[in-house]
Design a protein around this ligand. Structure first.
Ligand SMILES: NC(=O)c1ccc[n+]([C@@H]2O[C@H](COP(=O)([O-])OP(=O)(O)OC[C@H]3O[C@@H](n4cnc5c(N)ncnc54)[C@H](OP(=O)(O)O)[C@@H]3O)[C@@H](O)[C@H]2O)c1
Length: 413
């Protein structure tokens, strides 16, 4: 009797606990680590309070310089807020020029409008970091992809307006921003591809239409026999753009500093010019016209008219779009953007017969699939400029501030 009584109590207790845990899982609509998509309707999460725990992360409480970055052990772990989001335990992350720019307040007007939607976030504190490699620890009910299993090693990006970013122990992102990390890359390499890679891919295939409609809407790539000049071939975006282009059979010319010429040649560029050489422009004229001139050196649109050779498109990743709105507000800034774009295009069309376009990072799943495919085929290998421990995040920002990068800056957690 005693034994039956005890079993009865524990059975009842178990039922109550299971019901409570089911309610918890339903309320946050997640599949936590330790359970599968099928189990979750019947079994409690293995770590139901995980999303409420504290984590380490870097935060800024106002715009300014690197000393605004503060490390805290007491940040709230981000919560999955919709059924298509995933929570990732970050193992490695990277520092990009956008992180340094955002630290200084770049894009605050637009990014804040996006960030501070009703029910969304607030401006401060901000956690930066746009890309990462880590382990998938929780996912929303709508994330049914077989590729995104709990415990999977994933790589991913954080949309530019989203905070908290990846400079923390955990990051929550929509599932379309994630994919299984390529086995051929270690964690540092895997954290250093997607932000710059999706910028290069989007500039070439979405803005530049290098692969036609198929190249822009699928992971097909394209661009065989096109001639592309990459300005700034030694940095994060440039090193990946060159490899993407070569993998598709394009002819690639690139500019960089003298001490990076051999490295850029090693990436496959057919012809490399030291941009400080007084004959650089004449050398580049010999290969003109170019189908695309890709500005990965921060020149901006105005530089298009300074070139002494013809091109069909000049695509710059350094548009004045967000800076104009920061300075003039949304209305006047938008007008200034239109005027800037028209003015640079009138100049470049009349002087060089080509269009000037602004290229942007785009977290498109087919862009991620394209980059994954190139890594798998051993046609794309990221270059690491330098690597830092998590506590040394400010040093990683200092490295970014110094410039002259040869690949990417990674940070290990
Ligand atoms: N719009 C977007 O969504 C987006 C996204 C990502 C990046 N970006 C922008 O795209 C640019 C490239 O990004 P990134 O991550 O590749 O930056 P990065 O890693 O700092 O690379 C820039 C590279 O350009 C080289 N460089 C500087 N001046 C040059 C010149 N006159 N000619 C040729 N090369 C020159 C630099 O090396 P040396 O100084 O030694 O020559 C450096 O290797 C940055 O301006 C960034 O802000 C925009």
């Amino acid at each position: 009797m005693q034994s039956t009584g005890c079993n009865g109590v524990s059975w009842l207790r178990k039922c109550v606990l299971q019901a409570a845990r089911r309610n918890y899982a339903a309320s946050v609509n997640v599949t936590p680590a330790g359970s599968t998509g099928k189990e979750e309707q019947h079994l409690p999460p293995a770590t139901p309070t995980k999303s409420l725990e504290k984590m380490r992360g870097w935060q800024m409480h106002s715009y300014g310089d690197i000393d605004e970055l503060l490390l805290s052990d007491n940040l709230k772990t981000p919560q999955i807020r919709s059924s298509n989001e995933c929570l990732v335990r970050v193992r490695t992350t990277a520092v990009n020029p956008i992180d340094l720019a955002m630290l200084r307040g770049y894009g605050a007007t637009v990014l804040n409008k996006l960030r501070c939607q009703p029910g969304g976030g607030i401006e401060f504190p901000l956690t930066l970091g746009r890309e990462f490699c880590g382990e998938l620890v929780q996912k929303g009910m709508a994330v049914t992809s077989e590729a995104l299993k709990l415990g999977a090693r994933v790589w991913g990006v954080v949309p530019v307006h989203a905070s908290p970013g990846a400079h923390a122990e955990y990051v929550a992102v929509p599932s379309y921003c994630l994919a299984p990390a390529p086995k051929l890359l270690d964690d540092s390499e895997a954290a250093s591809v997607l932000y710059a890679g999706l910028t290069a891919w989007s500039g070439l295939y979405i803005t530049g239409g290098l692969g036609g409609v198929c190249g822009a809407t699928t992971s097909a790539g394209g661009g065989a026999h096109k001639r592309v000049l990459v300005l700034g071939g030694s940095g994060g975006v440039g090193t990946l753009a060159i490899q993407i282009l070569k993998s598709q059979g394009a002819q690639v010319l690139a500019t960089c500093s003298e001490n990076a010429v051999e490295m850029v040649r090693g990436l496959g560029a057919d012809f490399v010019v030291d941009y400080k050489n007084s004959e650089a422009m004449d050398e580049l004229c010999k290969y003109a016209p170019y189908d695309i001139v890709l500005d990965c050196a921060g020149h901006g649109g105005a530089h298009a008219a300074d070139l002494k050779f013809d091109y069909r498109q000049y695509i710059t990743f350094s548009s004045p779009l967000l800076a104009n709105i920061d300075q003039q507000g949304l209305g006047l800034g938008a007008i200034k953007n239109m005027v800037d774009l028209v003015q640079t295009n009138v100049k470049s069309l009349t002087q060089r017969g080509g269009l000037v376009k602004w290229g942007f990072f785009n977290p498109a799943p087919h862009g991620i699939a394209f980059l994954q495919q190139l890594v798998r085929q051993r046609k794309l290998t990221p270059l690491i400029d330098s690597s830092f421990g998590f506590e040394d995040m400010p040093k990683a920002f200092e490295r970014m501030k110094c410039g002259h990068l040869r690949g990417k800056i990674v940070v290990k957690l």
